[in-house]
Design a protein around this ligand. Sequence first.
Ligand code: MN
Ligand code: MN
Length: 294
Amino acid sequence: MSLEDYHKAGKIAHEALEFGRELIRKDAKIVDVCNEVENRIHKLGGSLAFPVQVSCNEIAAHFCPLSDDETIFSDQLVNLDVGVHVNGFIGDNACCVDLGGSHKDFVKAAEEALKAAAEVLRIGVQVSEIGKEIENAIRNYGLNPIRNLSGHGLSNYNIHDAPQIPNYDNRDDVKLEKGMAIAIEPFATDGLGMVHEKGTPTIFSLTGRKSVRVGFVRDIQKEIESYNGLPFATRRLCSKFSPEKVSFAMKQFQQLGIIHEYPPLVEKNNALVSQAENSFYIDDEVICLTEKKQ
Ligand code: MN
Ligand code: MN
């Protein structure tokens, strides 16, 4: 375990998130924002733990545009989620931007829930107690937490490790332990408080290895293998290979059963969703890895 790499990854993730927050403007092209934030991560010396995600309105998570997507931002509620790794040690953070200007309460609810959760973090705290704080803070704004999305443990090249950190009091008595790295991510909605998978996935991960015959497919496989199992977007592959080759190769991998898909996660009532997220290191003194240090 390298605490130094966690610190580096967290710092870069924070800087990239703040950089991206400023780029989210009405009429800005969504794919440009993703690309610019990803370029910034690389310039700062980090690697992508997952593609930069911009989930708008009823989409809670797991969305990023394809490389040829011309869509621009409008009066939306935008969740920007940025994950960075340094030698596999991950910093994961997210923020919500209210472009329409009439949903400040959504932004506040997620932020206050994250703050309330951070305050009860300590060695030995039950994860359900964290969830209870998140739920109460969100309900104070008259909104509902999303119950089937949760925070998570972070480990080397693994974004979603145990323990699960619920966004409500789920009675789970698992306790935080010294030396754990975790991400906490409250989601607030005025809908049902549940998401389901809906729409075409643009985010994938490689789950196995099979031999392929075609040369360029092998090159693309090699490229994806260099991500060490972390999620990627075909957009990233298209910066090195032609879109036709990428789509041919992806079809092959899918047929071989070595690709996992992450479809967009959409609120079940198609209601608006806001998000906030930070990563923490649990020690005698809990450290927020993705916040500006004094
Ligand atoms: Mn995240
Ligand atoms: Mn996360």
